[in-house]
Write a protein that binds this ligand. Sequence first.
Ligand code: DUC
Ligand code: ZN
Ligand code: ZN
Ligand code: ZN
Length: 483
Amino acid sequence: MTTVIKNGTIVTHDLTYKADIRIEGGKITEIGPDLSGDTELDATGAYVMPGGIDPHTHLEMPFMGTYSSDDFESGTRAALCGGTTMIIDFALPSPGQGLLDALKMWDNKSGRAHCDYSYHMAVTWWSQQVFDEMPEVVARGIISFKHFLAYKGALMVNDDELFSSFKRLRELGAIAMVHAENGDVVAELSARLLAEGNTGPEAHAYSRPTQVEGEATNRAIMIADMAGVPLYVVHTSCEEAHEAIRRARQAGKRVWGEPLIQHLTLDESEYFHPDWDHAARRVMSPPFRNKMHQDSLWNGLASGSLSVVATDHCAFSTDQKRYGVGDFTKIPNGTGGLEDRMPMLWTYGVRTGRLTMNEFVAVTSTNVAKIFGMYPRKGAVAVGADADLVVWDPERSKTITARTQQSAIDYNVFEGHEVTGLPRYVLSRGRVMVKDGAFDGQEGHGQFIERCPNGPVNQALSAWKDLTAPRPVQRSGIPATGV
Ligand code: DUC
Ligand code: ZN
Ligand code: ZN
Ligand code: ZN
């Protein structure tokens, strides 16, 4: 059984050229002119790109007194319909719960996935048990560990815990990740806003100004530098955080920043919409920002100081959002985006000239595969790579609406946005999952993808690399006398 994608233009992170692609056994086996096969997919007028990889999703996650509403079935269905062929979700132990225990929970959910997936492990507390279980997590092919500097009293870790965890990751050749917001300041500001009667969703934005993100990003970078571990900063939303990442990269530190498609295309005015539901549906952390910050993020993607566009897909229904009526701190934080990331970025990035097609491929797929240890199996159009491909029709368009979306929730934060640039075909390891824009997937087709530690990017470039090594003892004990 061979499948051939014919007459398309292949677009990778560094090349654009015309060729056909032959697929056998789920892998790309040949790239060249005039190929033929048992099944032929016509890519005339289309671009053939590596399928998107979204490295930041929260499917069926227990959070803020409820569970996010998209699970591995609806979430990966949404992903595929938007041209994304792999996700990395977060296995989230509750504080006190072991890492391996949390992994079991995630394994029980992910069996329903239509597309391939991996996990990052969250470190939500610190103990000898967490320390001891980390090597087994890495041995299972999970090489990235996320820490929350926000959500005080719940998921947040303190600086001593952060430093201990980062040092352990360095020993294991793994990658550190942070949600960078100063949770102490957020808690303080939130309490004051509530006391002043500021209870609506707009107060969520007031409680998380850009400084809390800038401070935490700087702090995490410095702590990672002292531990000698590379650092991936999730959902970079503002200039202050971007500036810290830019400066670190300039100084030779291995640090990456990840803007979300929501922060690139939606702004803070959403929180001042007169309809409570409209505003609450857009409550996420960090919140949407103003145009100056959006421009900073776009410039970072084009110049390479920011590396990836993700979604932080964490969908809550309107009923769930209403848990926060009368107290904005109880509105479950999160928005969707899995189905819309690629078409929105194409429309607002490539079609406006802000990004080239090759940069689009880099930030939606190839950079993710490289950073997280699965390139070139994923993120590449190359012989031997998995045939996770999207045949992208740059002229196909639609208006985004909750009425036709795959996500399980009852609204879409991009409602009404017109996108041009959508998948014609989407393939997961050679199986056609989207045909002429229509979903034709298979629950359970998705496989867990193991990732490798100690790759070239897992080495920090820090000048402080040997800070954790033993120091020579210069002097000890009693002060010298008689001087
Ligand atoms: N931010 C959100 O908005 N939702 C999930 C977790 C997070 O950090
Ligand atoms: Zn986060
Ligand atoms: Zn709106
Ligand atoms: Zn997240």
